[in-house]
Design a protein around this ligand. Structure first.
Ligand code: ZN
Length: 306
């Protein structure tokens, strides 16, 4: 297949490409931004750790450029404050930027006031760094869970246009039961709605599991990932890829943790680059914003005035 550049050379409106649209996204944080791991929990230690984030994010930007594809980069505020030129390079390359919070704390561990402070701070530093508006959010570890629906009121109050935080089945540290298709989230206490782009699931035996990002993408073979995409496409649904700089870093420092968590955190690191390239070569991708506009055209444009 030699259709790399034409396949992804434009956004959702490319008239010549009728293939299903999928979302490409990256959560930009460092190897030590793992939740619930004692060895990296002290934020005072973070500045002293050797960083991989700039080099690996530039590697991701290079892959996107090579394939002529645009994505959404959810920056941690803590990263944007320290690497403003990296955020600027992301914007200058034509990508969408969003917030992945400031401190990478689970939403489910915060109250409404603390989440509001964290989100507001993150939006300011990311916008200052990138010189472009932040219009969406992805929660650390998909940690908007049942009982934290107030988070959507905080996102609406902050003027965001949409959310991409929900993982539609329960998982370690997160998950929220919801439809897997793009939809209007309507459970905020205020009664207001916000467009939601949930993560993708596929059926595997009796279970619905993730396959298109993070440890799932690193663990699963390419044929199984393709099966997941094709299952979604048959139902008219987009796939949502989400990856982190550390997913591309076999040389990332290994943090002491439980055996099961270590497996999930470090399996398949050497395969991510190849699998992402396989997906970009095969399928059509765009930033999350464009995928939502494609699926919820009126609702998204209505909310964008907030
Ligand atoms: Zn994260």
């Amino acid at each position: 297949m030699n259709a790399r550049t034409p396949a992804n050379s434009d956004d959702a409106a490319h008239p010549a490409d009728e293939r299903p649209l999928n979302a490409l996204s990256f959560d930009i944080e460092d190897w030590f931004h793992l939740v619930e791991i004692d060895a990296v929990a002290n934020v005072d230690d973070w500045p002293g750790f050797p960083s991989i984030v700039e080099r690996r994010t530039d590697e991701i930007l290079g892959i996107c450029e090579e394939f002529g594809v645009k994505a959404t980069f959810y920056y941690l505020g803590w990263i944007a404050e320290r690497y403003p030129q990296l955020v600027r390079r992301t914007v200058d390359a034509g990508h969408e930027i969003g917030s992945h919070s400031y401190w990478h704390r689970k939403v489910s561990d915060l109250d409404e006031a603390n989440f509001r402070d964290d989100l507001t701070t993150s939006i300011k530093v990311i916008e200052d760094a990138g010189g472009a508006p932040v219009t969406s959010f992805r929660a650390p570890s998909f940690s908007i869970t049942p009982g934290t629906e107030w988070a959507f009121d905080v996102l609406l109050d902050a003027g965001l246009d949409y959310d991409a935080s929900l993982f539609p089945v329960a998982r370690e540290n997160g998950g929220y039961p919801c439809p897997i298709q793009p939809h209007l989230f309507a459970e905020a206490p205020s009664g207001r709605t916000l467009p939601e782009l949930p993560m993708s699931l596929m059926r595997l035996g009796p279970s619905q599991v993730g396959f298109s990002g993070g440890g799932y993408l690193r663990l699963f073979p390419g044929w199984l990932i393709r099966r997941g995409f094709e299952s979604l496409h048959r139902r008219g649904l987009p796939g949502v890829v989400y990856l982190h700089p550390r997913d591309f870093a076999p040389d990332s420092p290994v943090v002491p943790m439980s055996a099961s968590r270590r497996f999930k955190s470090y399996i398949g690191l050497a395969s991510t680059n190849r699998k992402l390239r396989m997906l970009l070569q095969r399928y059509r991708f765009a930033p999350c914003r464009d995928v939502l506009r494609h699926h919820l055209p009126e609702e998204t444009s209505t909310c964008s005035t907030s």
